[in-house]
Design a protein around this ligand. Structure first.
Ligand code: ADP
Ligand code: MG
Length: 316
């Protein structure tokens, strides 16, 4: 037997949604959603959970939690070159708090509307604060970006800047001031959906940087059966990061994760097309290394191999 509170919460969530897509034949309200996938396309699915105290500090504003819970999933779809379309929201809440939920849905639906993503269902339960989102998109058959397509000789690229979110979190936990752009990087990462779609015809492999650039690049290296050689002097950083990160902690912060940039490989012949794309999308793309024969991730500083213990994020 469900309390009236649960249905009130679901109805509140449903009423906040502005996106209306014709391919949603049945959305929130039945036992399951009924969705139309376009002909000659593959369905792309991913799921990510944010737990209070683990993925975001207790006291994080609800708008940011709403935004980020969807953003990390759209980032995974972007890394596959997919067009996002629908999502499911599994909410575990400690109490029925209308004010909190209203602020949460503001952030969630702001990002959903920006990418025309319809919320088509979910589950609402009581317990320690945890938000799990499943995102669905589609990609033309055969054009999805995978971790496994890199070739020896390909360039390694990354979008945007690395380390901003890690630096913001470190300063916040130390009760130090956090400049606005760094806070935005932590709380409201922008999933690189347009870039992912454009890379379908340019990249040979792709991954989103959620667990740290060196660790995530390691996944491309393993899946593609080669080694990734990275020049740490080339890792892109923001002006705020440069101003506040100490020289010795740069690499550690830049390989901590939570960046939601796209890291990808491409044939060197694509270099000018990629720089043109960066201009068209008003984002930066930086060449940070090369794929070579071997295995794992080789890290160079000023051209000289260095040992690195920066394994990125792991839950266990
Ligand atoms: P059931 O008991 O059949 O699982 P529920 O009562 O849990 O159904 O949910 C009723 C409807 O509300 C379903 O369509 C479900 O997908 C949707 N729903 C439940 N919780 C959420 C949520 N947090 N966000 C969006 N839709 C939800
Ligand atoms: Mg249910």
């Amino acid at each position: 037997m469900k309390s009236a509170g649960e249905f009130d919460l679901i109805e509140f969530i449903r009423a906040q949604q502005s996106v209306d897509r014709p391919d949603v034949r049945v959305g929130i309200g039945d036992d399951a959603a009924l969705l139309h996938v376009p002909d000659a396309h593959s369905l792309v699915l991913c799921s990510d959970t944010l737990n209070e105290g683990i993925h975001f500090p207790t006291g994080t504003d609800p708008e940011s939690i709403g935004w980020k819970s969807l953003a990390v999933n759209l980032s995974d779809l972007a890394a596959m070159g997919a067009t996002p379309a629908w999502c499911l929201l599994n909410l575990c809440l400690p109490e029925s708090d209308a004010r909190w939920l209203s602020r949460f849905t503001t952030g969630f639906f702001e990002l959903a509307a920006a990418h025309n993503v319809a919320l088509v269902g979910g589950d609402t339960t009581r317990g320690p604060l945890s938000i799990s989102v499943t995102a669905c998109g589609f990609v033309p058959d055969g054009l999805a970006l995978k971790r496994s397509g890199a070739h020896v000789g390909d360039d390694i690229w990354v979008s945007g800047t690395l380390g901003d979110a890690a630096l913001a979190l470190r300063r916040m936990l130390a009760s130090e001031s956090v400049p606005h752009p760094l806070l935005e990087a932590l709380d409201r990462p922008e999933p690189q959906v347009a870039l992912g779609k454009a890379l379908r015809s340019l990249a040979t492999s792709c991954i989103d940087v959620s667990d740290g650039i060196l660790q995530d690049l390691g996944h491309i290296a393993t899946a593609s059966g080669l080694a990734a050689r990275v020049n740490v002097d080339h890792l892109p950083s923001s002006a705020d990061f440069d101003a506040l990160a100490g020289r010795k902690e740069r690499l550690q912060l830049q390989s901590s994760g939570d960046d939601y940039a796209l890291c990808f490989t491409a044939d060197p012949a694509c270099q000018s097309a990629l720089l043109e794309l960066a201009g068209a999308l008003s984002l930066s793309l930086t060449r940070i290394g090369t794929c070579v024969a071997g295995q794992g991730v080789e890290v160079l500083r000023h051209g000289v191999p260095i040992a690195h213990g920066h394994r990125g994020h792991s839950h266990f």
